[in-house]
Design a protein. Structure first.
Length: 123
């Protein structure tokens, strides 16, 4: 019997290329300029109106870790990092390789990974 549950909403930010440069298609508060990487109805900081904004491609690693437990479609080890996009929001991104990136490492958005993972590489 098919499930009657609604499909879960994909919480990952949308990354798209413009002239070959990848960026996050997010939102910025029209009142306080707070940046948001995902669709929101109002600003999470001041509840003001939001408008579309584009962030990236460059950012800096805020934190990263190596995950050593495989999950379907993700053979271990793999690396994820929280990245502060310059002038934009903090996003969770996948990183190639099997070593964590030190805090402050400059990175750049690349083509999204399988299924839409936000992905960065070192610059
Ligand atoms: Zn705001």
């Amino acid at each position: 019997m098919p499930s009657t549950e609604p499909a879960p909403v994909d919480p990952r930010p949308r990354v798209s290329p413009v002239d070959g440069v990848f960026g996050v298609d997010g939102y910025r508060c029209a009142a306080c300029a707070y940046p948001v990487a995902i669709a929101v109805a109002v600003c999470p900081s001041c509840q003001g109106p939001v408008e579309p904004a584009r962030f990236g491609p460059d950012g800096t690693v805020w934190s990263s870790t190596v995950l050593r437990i495989p999950v379907p479609g993700r053979p271990a080890p793999y690396v994820v990092a929280y990245v502060d996009l310059h002038g934009g929001p903090r996003v969770l991104a996948h990183v190639g390789g099997d070593r964590h990136l030190p805090v402050g490492t400059p990175v750049r958005l690349t083509a999204p990974g399988p299924g839409g993972d936000v992905t960065v590489s070192t610059r």
